[in-house]
Write a protein that binds this ligand. Sequence first.
Ligand SMILES: N[C@@H](CCC(=O)N[C@@H](CS)C(=O)NCC(=O)O)C(=O)O
Length: 215
Amino acid sequence: MATERKLYWGSGSTPAWRVLIALKEKGLEFDSRLIEFSKGEHKSEDILKLNPRGQVPTFVDGDVVVNESLAALLYIQDKYPSPSLLPATVEGRALVYQRLQESSNLQDKATQVILFKMKNADADVPQEKLDAAKNELKYWESYVSEEGFIAGPDFTLADVAAGPFLIAMQRFGATLEDFPKLAKYTETLKARPSVAETSPPHWKGTPGKDWLAAL
Ligand SMILES: N[C@@H](CCC(=O)N[C@@H](CS)C(=O)NCC(=O)O)C(=O)O
């Protein structure tokens, strides 16, 4: 059946992965447009007319275009509330919103190391970048709840927002040895169908990196 939903995404784009997970969790069909960064397809006319930044995710739902991944998560939850990815209480939702925004720090610290190595393959990652990433993980280690998710007993938008970055950090070498709760948490996430089925296709059968091995 034709759908008005369309998602442009790239393999390995963690922001785009967030949106893929949310759509899967909600059981929503969409027109899947996998772009190739190496061919510059994120700067294609099709994407630029929807998203002047020429980035993925670029998400269209009928007349609505939402490109920032966290905004897209909130939009998807709002438009398609069931099954819910938010707690029933306002206090519970406050925590999810807090973690949602905070996941930008995780994105930033991890990306700083990864981009550095992409641009400077032979150089050592500056210690302060590794320290910043490690320090960020300390916060997230303390956030994993007794029940195992980031914002309480259930899988929520907080997990959708932070999970892809934590899993990507492992892919880029983080052992998470000093973060036992996060190590267990990422295993739980990776076993979740919405996460497993949307995992970056090019990761399958290709090795990761050791750039974050100090973490
Ligand atoms: N703040 C955006 C970031 C999106 C983003 O950085 N996407 C990257 C891929 S991971 C991209 O498309 N980069 C290409 C470019 O900026 O030219 C979000 O969370 O959606």
